[in-house]
Write a protein of this length. Structure first.
Length: 195
């Protein structure tokens, strides 16, 4: 089965491909020109469905299955920020590093070195017949510093529950078992098998 990803984020594409080895996974940008999708939902679920629907409709092929991920980190000391705004936390033109260091600075501004935090991943699946959405979570601690250069996004500042290293330091094999995206994808695969 061919899965079309409603993302052009190279980190996400790489991670989803690694977690979905039984499927042919391609970013939508290999089929059509990239276009802006306005994510104006209030939840990860709404934004994942918005992305999946937009790509499904743009490709205009009833036989495809579109998979979209909306994910982010929520930090307790910041009242759950950045949440659904994780990808554009430092502004619309910001990259991963800009977002990472803004979040570190915001935690430091609260006068703490760390805070409980969690990642959420919502995976939406859109086909000609149905729409689905599943979730996965990963709990842990957000640090007011970056350690390790592995992974992407906020990985260097997040220590998963039960570990003493950041996602930026942990091996990919360990991350595969822990990640919010891996947990959501394992549920998504149950749905995909039913097609």
């Amino acid at each position: 089965m061919k899965l079309v990803l409603a993302t052009s984020n190279k980190g996400k594409v790489r991670e989803i491909k690694a977690l979905c080895e039984d499927y042919e996974v391609i970013p939508y940008s290999e089929l059509i020109e990239e276009f802006e999708i306005i994510e104006d939902g209030d939840t990860f679920k709404e934004n994942a469905l918005i992305k999946a629907r937009a790509v499904f409709n743009a490709i205009n092929d009833e036989d495809i299955v579109v998979l979209a991920d909306d994910s982010g980190i929520s930090v307790d000391v910041l009242d759950g920020e950045p949440g659904i705004y994780s990808a554009r936390y430092a502004g619309p033109e910001a990259d991963d590093k800009d977002n990472l260091y803004k979040l570190i600075d915001d935690i430091k501004a609260k006068g703490v070195k760390s805070s409980p935090a969690h990642y959420t991943a919502a995976i939406a699946i859109v086909t000609k017949n149905a729409e689905y959405c599943v979730h996965g979570w990963m709990h842990g601690t957000a640090l007011a510093e970056a350690i390790g250069d592995g992974g992407f996004g906020y990985d260097p500042m997040f220590i998963p529950l039960g570990y003493d290293k950041t996602l930026g330091e942990l091996d990919d094999d360990v991350k595969k078992k822990l990640s919010h995206r891996a947990k959501a994808l394992s549920l998504a695969k149950i749905i995909l098998k039913s097609f």
